[in-house]
Design a protein around this ligand. Structure first.
Ligand code: GTP
Length: 235
């Protein structure tokens, strides 16, 4: 196995599937099954989910809402997605623990790093909800931060494109995909992998990122088995 411990970042929008809002149950179960295959393979897996399918703080602030208020609402949206994912994983017989960065102890454990690590060691899938618990930080930043804290070997950023391209492949047919790229190249070329706060955290802590297509079945398992899937960003 190539990676012992991974942090999977899923976007909230991806959970919408073809719906315009909320959670598409088929997509949710599809993801749960992909995650199950990796967990059963013996890889320790922690997950951070976004909340954009339910609420986007940035957009709300463009509409006049105070940014901090919108961001906290977005954090609650990630909890809804996290609970849905937890339920989906448990329906497949997997052991999970949900930890929240904002205390809501009736529905989730508080985030406690040492407890999270123990859960992982015992084969439980750990979902980190409520982002970092702070406004002005994205869920990509939460994913980077948590991955570093739990000493994950890699961040797996599941998206709808199969990696990082020289240009936006949805706009430029000439765009080609990188299989490997360095942090410096990403930065110097201004390629968008994650927001800069999240990206810098990974770079400074030498945490590799793999951007891959989460909607292609088998990708996640192939990836942790060492196949070249998506684009690897490393030092
Ligand atoms: P071990 O100590 O390694 O056995 O872990 P454990 O998670 O099984 O032990 P614990 O007794 O801490 O947790 C039992 C169950 O209660 C698990 O499903 C936890 O997710 C849940 N749990 C623990 N702390 C909290 C909390 O503060 N709030 C909520 N809602 N659930 C909690």
């Amino acid at each position: 196995m190539k990676y012992k411990r991974v942090l999977l970042k899923l976007s909230g929008e991806a959970l919408m599937g073809n719906k315009g809002f909320g959670i598409d149950n088929n997509r949710l179960m599809q993801y749960a099954n992909e995650i199950k295959s990796v967990s059963e393979f013996g890889v320790e897996i922690a997950i951070v989910v976004g909340g954009g399918n339910i609420f986007r703080g940035v957009q709300a602030s463009e509409g006049g809402m105070e940014r901090t208020q919108g961001d906290y609402m977005g954090m609650l949206a990630t909890m809804i997605n996290s609970m849905a994912l937890q339920a989906a994983l448990e329906s497949l017989g997997l052991q999970t623990r949900l930890q929240s960065a904002i205390e809501m102890k009736e529905i989730a454990e508080p985030f406690i790093r040492r407890k999270a690590v123990r859960h992982l060691e015992r084969g439980r899938i750990v979902i980190f909800g409520a982002g970092t618990g702070n406004p002005f930080f994205t869920t990509d930043s939460a994913a980077s931060l948590r991955a570093i804290e739990i000493e994950a070997n890699v961040i797996l950023k599941g998206t709808r494109v199969d990696g990082i391209y020289t240009a936006d492949p949805e706009k430029d047919p000439e765009a080609t995909k990188y299989s490997n790229i360095s942090f410096d190249q990403v930065y110097n070329m201004g390629l968008s992998v994650m927001d800069l706060t999240a990206f810098t955290l990974c770079k400074e802590n030498n945490l590799p990122i793999i951007v891959f297509d989460m909607n292609t079945s088998g990708n996640l398992l192939n990836l942790v088995q060492g196949a070249e899937v998506g684009t690897l960003v490393e030092a």
